[in-house]
Design a protein around this ligand. Structure first.
Ligand code: F0G
Length: 464
């Protein structure tokens, strides 16, 4: 919960606010009209009509004065920009990966990596694939397999590392499949799809060992690496009190490289990179990078973006920042808990996930309860979250059937350094008001369903 009120446990924002951006509360009739026009899909609501936007923590961070100052130092050369070298040095220093290819964002890095390593018909094993990662695997006609511990799918389990791989299942999978059928293993830290849950260092080390035994490359999906490191330090025996940098390096030491969305833990609005240890792999990946992203010293970004990303990677390791960051997520989770609202426990690093199955138990899976709940939160308080349930899960590419994931969630992702605790109190109040009238909430059905990544562009109609 919040700050105890005095002494060491009191937590306030470790920054002061230098620039402000006005936000506006719309009226209920306005929101009703907008929701209808948007086909009950909040991706189609203009941001200016959202009061508190918790759609994503991706690309929504507030940059620091140091990052903005760095933007003026952009070297916009096509090749060999000084900001590229600065970024590469920073990644080398923090993660220890020698080769860095900037990309326009995380999925750009996935595109380059899978084009380099994944052949049609091969498997990619992940604790839990994020949706763009899964889509990129499938785009290469690969098969994405999730192997997280069973606790990852239990919203009430308080396992400290619900993002861990199930090592037995990983071993069994590798025993039953030839080496050549597995392109790579990836660990998503923190595990977004499981609720922003961390992966322990012990688990990463074990996966590394298994991967090297089989001669399979092991990568991190490092989007939220610093938040993951914070949890390791907090929860894993032997890591209490150790510098975050040390934890991050120990995580990276387990892997052959990483994909990174700078839009999360590099505290920028756009950018990402692929980092690699192996020079030969780097050479092969660079070919694809030129084709998809741009020359490998800019990768679809401006020099100034590279500079902001390098500076953000340093800032995110600030221990007070991380304490505030994770603390803010916990604050919102605590307010929900106090109101009896079912959420995923324990809260993860970047978002509070509301359990829509328990919030709206009267709705069946095909009535899209989590999507219906996102719409109600917007109508009630202008709060925008995102569905992580049946709509996001899409259809099985082989059978064309809906995949019903174990969890139906509404993710309330908290942008970094953007909202105050007071804003989060509004979010909690909104949730409470919807909770009080939950029995009257009706489901939704698709009125338009696109063939891939359907949650972005689908449209719905209210049932009943
Ligand atoms: N991996 C994970 C774990 C992610 O959460 C994301 C993005 C990506 C890869 C792709 O990165 O957006 O820069 O291309 N997640 C955002 C989200 C979109 O809202 O969770 P990207």
């Amino acid at each position: 919960m919040v700050a105890g009120g005095s002494g060491e446990d009191f937590r306030a924002e470790p920054f002061r606010i230098k620039v402000v951006e006005p936000i506006r509360r719309t009226t209920r009739p306005e929101r009703e009209r907008l929701v209808e026009e948007a086909g009950y899909n909040l991706f189609h609501i203009p941001s200016e009509a959202v009061y508190i936007d918790l759609l994503t923590d991706s690309g929504t961070s507030a940059m620091s004065d140091r990052q903005w100052a760095g933007m003026m130092l952009g070297d916009e050369a096509y090749a060999g920009s000084r900001n590229y070298y600065r970024l590469r040095e920073t990644v080398r220093e923090i993660m220890g990966f020698d080769h860095v290819i900037p990309t326009h964002q995380g999925r750009g890095a996935e595109h380059v990596l899978f084009s380099t390593l994944l052949e049609p018909g091969q498997y990619v094993l992940n604790n839990m694939h994020f949706d763009t990662t899964r889509a990129h695997v499938q785009h290469r006609r690969g098969i994405a397999v999730d192997l997280a511990v069973p606790e990852a799918s239990d919203p009430c389990s308080c396992h400290p590392f619900k993002g861990d791989f199930d090592l037995d299942r990983l071993q069994t999978f590798l025993a039953e499949h030839p080496r050549e059928s597995v392109a790579l293993i990836m660990a998503t830290v923190t595990c977004n799809t499981a609720g922003g849950q961390p992966v322990s260092l012990g688990n990463l080390k074990a996966v590394k060992e298994i991967a090297s035994e089989h001669g399979i490359p092991f990568f991190l999906d490092a989007c939220r690496f610093a938040e993951n490191a914070y949890f390791i330090r907090e929860r894993e025996p032997g890591w209490a009190g150790r510098p975050i940098r040390e934890v991050v390096r120990a995580m990276a030491d387990c892997a052959d490289g990483c994909t990174m969305s700078g839009k999360k833990d590099a505290l920028v609005n756009i950018g990402g990179f692929l980092a690699l240890r192996d020079p030969e792999l780097f050479r092969r990946a660079s070919v694809w990078a030129v084709l998809f992203e741009g020359f490998p010293t800019y990768g679809g970004l401006a020099g100034r973006d590279l500079e902001a990303m390098a500076r953000g990677l340093e800032e995110v390791l600030d221990e007070e920042y991380l304490e505030y960051r994770v603390g803010q997520v916990r604050y919102l989770a605590g307010l929900c808990r106090a109101a009896g609202i079912p959420i995923i426990e324990p809260p993860g690093g970047h978002a509070v996930y509301v359990d829509a199955k328990r919030f709206l138990p009267h709705l069946g899976r095909d009535e899209l309860p989590a999507q219906a709940l996102t719409v109600e939160l917007y109508l009630e308080g202008g709060v925008r979250g995102v569905e992580i349930g049946t709509v996001l899960a899409g259809r099985d590419p082989a059978t064309g059937e809906n995949v019903y994931p174990e969890l139906e969630l509404v993710r309330l992702a908290i942008p970094r350094r953007v909202y105050t605790d007071r804003h989060l109190e509004w979010v909690a109040l909104t949730l409470r008001r919807v909770w009080e009238r939950r029995e009257g909430i009706k489901g939704l059905a698709f009125s338009y369903e696109p063939p891939v990544l359907r949650h972005f562009t689908a449209r719905f109609r209210p049932l009943g």
